[in-house]
Structures are given as structure tokens and as C-alpha cells.
Design a protein around this ligand. Structure first.
Ligand code: CA
Length: 222
């Protein structure tokens, strides 16, 4: 998943970025409202982790703006401990969840997975496409219960495709989903990941749609 982190505390922001990366996500992080606005307008994030007290405004105002504009990205608010009013206001403004500081990174990861799962209309935490099963929490993949060992990027590419089987994901959409701003992306990086995924999962699972991108074969859904 690609996640936007809006947090002005440097230590916390770095910790969040590293923790999310360890969980297999790609995190872009900003510390001001103005940058958060620009980031959210430029990319459809899977989820946003939003601090409230920011140097150039309030995260609650940002949230209000986004919801007014019709932006439906799941938002998890980071609130100060005991700030019940912030939580109530945030939830009423359209936040999907909150965590009080200090929080546990493991809990944050689990809450984000739950948010994205519900956003996709799924209650079941595991993704199943035919014989393929993906467990986003444990980052495990299996085919007919046989475990498959994937790298972080391979897992991320597979997750993008498996969340919407039968739908085409363009190369640039896959790149955007798995690489953050600061990362150098080789011109054939996606092709390389797809090639490795096919070698590990079987050649039939992922189809190339010439000129458009890739998709999980519909036959694999049956
Ligand atoms: Ca703050």
C-alpha cells in the first residue's frame, strides 16, 4: 500500500516511515498542511496518517477540506492522549480511525490494513484469487497452500494486481503504488518484478495487456 504520512515531529515521522516500510508499504511523508494538500491532490493514496497539530494549520481543517472535496481516502488521525474532543471532532469530520500518541507501530499497521480492507469492501483480511492466497498482515503468499517466497516489491506488485483481479493496472500505476517519491525507479523495474512473479507463481497468473499494462487473469479468479 502507498501511504501518506502528515506529521511534523521529525523523530515520529522517520519512525513511521521506517515502520511502514518494514510492513511492506511505501510511505511518502510531509510535515506541513500545504505539502499534504499537494501530495493528496497528486496521488490516490491507499490511506493517510494525519497529525492534528501542524506548523501551518490543523490536520482537522485539512480533513474537513478533503471530505468537502469528495476525497474518500481512509484517514487515520494521530491525536494527543486525552484529547477526546479532537477525536470526536475528527471522527465527525470524516476520519476513519484514530490512534492516541504514543502508539505502537504494530497497532498502527493493523489499523491501516483494516481501513484499507473496509475501503475495498472486504471484511475478510486475506485476499484470494483462485488458488492464490495473500495475507497482507503476515505478508505471506501461497498457492494451493504452498508458501511462495516473495521480495517486498514483488509482494507489493502482486497486491496491487490481486486487489482488483481482472482490472488492468498500467505500468505507471504499479510504479506509483510501490515506489515513493525519493526512490529511483529503473525504466524496466515493473517488468522485472512481473517476470519474477511469473517465475514464482506460474506464467499464467499475470497477463500482459499490450500497451496498457498488466492484470490478474480472470480465469485465475474462477
Ligand atoms: Ca504535531
Amino acid at each position: 500500500m502507498r501511504i501518506l504520512v502528515v506529521e511534523d515531529d521529525d523523530v515520529l515521522r522517520d519512525g513511521l516511515e521506517q515502520g511502514l516500510a518494514l510492513d511492506g508499504h511505501t510511505a511518502d511523508s510531509v510535515s506541513r498542511c500545504i505539502d499534504a494538500r499537494e501530495a493528496a491532490a497528486g496521488f490516490a493514496y491507499d490511506a493517510i496518517v494525519l497529525d492534528i497539530g501542524l506548523p501551518d494549520g490543523s490536520g482537522l481543517d485539512l480533513l474537513r477540506e478533503w471530505r468537502r472535496e469528495g476525497r474518500i481516502t481512509p484517514v487515520l488521525l494521530l491525536t494527543a492522549r486525552n484529547m477526546t474532543e479532537d477525536r470526536i471532532e475528527g471522527l465527525d469530520l470524516g476520519a476513519d480511525d484514530y490512534l492516541g500518541k504514543p502508539f505502537d507501530l504494530g497497532e498502527l499497521g493493523a489499523r491501516l490494513r483494516a481501513l484499507v480492507r473496509r475501503d475495498g469492501g472486504r471484511a475478510e483480511p486475506r485476499i484470494r484469487v483462485g488458488p492464490l492466497e495473500i495475507d497482507p498482515a503476515m505478508r505471506r503468499v501461497s498457492i494451493e497452500r504452498r508458501p511462495i517466497d516473495l521480495s517486498r516489491r514483488e509482494f507489493a506488485v502482486l497486491e496491487v494486481l490481486a486487489r482488483r483481479p481482472g482490472h488492468i493496472a498500467s505500468r505507471s500505476a504499479i510504479e506509483e503504488a510501490i515506489y515513493g517519491w525519493q526512490e529511483e525507479v529503473g525504466s524496466n523495474a515493473v517488468e522485472v518484478h512481473i517476470h519474477k512473479l511469473r517465475a514464482k507463481l506460474g506464467a499464467d497468473m499475470i497477463e500482459t495487456v499490450r500497451g496498457l499494462g498488466y492484470r490478474m487473469r480472470v480465469s485465475a479468479v474462477l
